[in-house]
Design a binder for this molecule. Structure first.
Ligand SMILES: [Zn+2]
Length: 491
């Protein structure tokens, strides 16, 4: 039983002007994929363990290409990437089934649906074999993806902590298909809404109730997979909206009913799914007054959501407000990293910080800083996967420590700081570049979390962004948004 494995992940903010290029992807081919992902907290690892427990499958790894989130992928780079993955799929010959591990919110400068294009090409090569995909719940769900996949298995948690379990569910679905035990029937409800804010936290928020409804369907007699795919609000492509997608085993009626019920629940709660942001000055006052650690969520410059990572707005605010406590601030700035590497540890250098990747939003901020440490930029994230800042340095300017990286990294967990000799518990204020994903790593050491309202290409203040392509009208950008039910009433 030969099961093909492919992986392609990047999350795009089309509002980030710096394109993602081929070299931004960490690429593994063939058996490297098994070596690199086994015993990690990833979908692939979860799938491998299910296949191993079953005993029958032979894993046929093709290519895994993963990049930190970022701007749209340069056309030639995306073409090359898709051609290479497709070629690896072609090379392995006949297989019995395929598992594609995808993020789902990728966009190219020209190609608006890279995952759909990959799956369509794969289908042409593989023919009518069982094919399951897993998706981040921030995926942009497209017709091509729905058409190509027998079963779509989305994450059930936000912040995402169920990658491994999602891979397990995908693998279990694949085995059922191979054994002829399931005949997928899919129902999808499209919801013209973009969602943000605390109510999306599945452990505590209203979105979690919708996910629990999905899980009830999954565990019902005919349930195969269910999820609410809310899209990455910053991937401004024609399919950007929210979706409910339910797959049952030869039971279209249950799938349809469940999708409608969960869709209505999401829609009726739409006003709750908006972010409550705090002004920068007020945020800094809170951090001054808080006993213990304050975490600022710079969701507007979330490298986890596709932003450029070179925002200096919070840094500038801390300096202007003469913030008096120990602060830890990450920022992307390749020229400053190089200047620090050149000057060496202990040197004091005059540099500018920020505005190198999104100069339309951020102006370089002049600063004098001491070079504390120099790094090759390689480290391991909490989930066991490899991170690369290309090269990185730690600078100190008064009471502010700066982790300066040559390119964007995920600043979600604590590991990215710790591996640079910076322990968040040693600070009174830590800035993270993540809207909510940081919470599992910080909640037990943090007194106060503040979502700060500063500009950026992934701002939770959606009306501040120049949407051009997504489904319109759409909540909350437009008034009088039509839902499928409005049409029902008038029919
Ligand atoms: Zn996500």
């Amino acid at each position: 039983m030969r099961i093909l494995i492919a992986d392609m992940k990047q999350e795009t903010s089309t509002f980030n002007p710096t394109p993602t290029v081929y070299d931004d992807f960490r690429i593994y081919v063939g058996d490297q994929i098994v070596t690199k992902f086994t015993k990690t907290k990833t979908e692939l690892s979860g799938a491998f363990d299910v296949f191993a427990a079953d005993g029958r499958p032979e894993i046929v790894p093709t290519m895994a290409a993963d990049s930190v989130s970022g701007g749209p992928i340069q056309t030639a780079c995306l073409d090359r990437l898709l051609e290479e993955i497709t070629e690896e799929i072609r090379k392995v010959g006949a297989v019995d089934a395929a598992y594609f591990c995808l993020h789902g919110a990728m966009a190219g400068q020209d190609e608006i649906d890279p995952e759909g294009r990959l799956l369509t090409a794969a289908r042409e090569i593989l023919g009518d074999i069982p094919l399951v995909i897993s998706l981040d719940l921030h995926a942009i769900l497209t017709e091509r993806m729905v058409d190509a996949a027998d079963v779509i298995v989305p994450y059930h948690t936000y912040p995402h902590v169920d990658q491994y379990e999602t891979g397990q569910r995908a693998a279990q679905n694949l085995l059922k298909l191979i054994d002829g035990q399931s005949k997928p029937t899919v129902a999808r409800v499209e919801l013209p809404m973009l969602v943000r804010g605390d109510e999306l936290i599945t452990a505590t928020g209203r979105f979690g109730q919708a996910i629990r409804m999905c899980q009830d369907i999954e565990s019902s007699e005919t349930g195969l997979a269910a999820g609410v795919i809310i899209g990455n609000a910053f991937t401004d492509v024609p399919d950007l909206q929210s979706n409910v997608i339910i797959t049952t085993n030869d039971d279209p009626e249950t799938a349809k009913q469940a999708a409608a019920e969960i869709g209505r629940f999401m829609w009726e709660n739409r006003e709750l799914f908006q972010a409550d942001l705090t002004t920068l000055d007020e945020s800094i006052e809170i951090a001054e007054a808080t006993d213990g650690l304050t975490v600022f969520s710079d969701a507007a410059d979330a490298t986890a959501s596709g932003a450029s990572g070179d925002s200096n707005k919070i840094l500038e605010g801390l300096i202007q407000n003469a913030f008096s406590r120990r602060a830890l601030v990450p920022i992307v700035d390749a020229p400053t990293v190089d200047a620090a590497l050149e000057a060496g540890v202990g040197a004091t250098i005059d540099v500018t910080l920020g505005g190198t990747r999104d100069p339309g939003r951020f102006e370089p901020l002049p600063l004098q800083a001491a070079v504390r440490s120099l790094h090759d930029g390689n480290f391991r994230y909490e989930n066991g996967t490899q991170g690369s800042a290309w090269r990185s340095v730690v600078l100190v300017a008064g009471n502010i420590h700066l982790l300066v990286t040559a390119r964007p990294i995920f600043v979600v967990g604590r590991r990215a700081f710790e591996e640079h000799g910076l322990n968040p518990v040693d600070f009174d204020l830590v800035v993270v570049k993540s809207p909510n994903g940081f919470r599992p790593y910080y909640e037990d050491i943090t007194t106060r979390i503040v979502p700060v309202d500063v500009p950026g290409s992934t701002s939770a203040n959606l009306k501040s962004l120049p949407f051009q392509h997504c489904v319109r009208p759409i909540f909350p950008l437009d008034e009088d948004v039509q839902t499928p039910w409005d049409n029902e009433k008038s029919a």
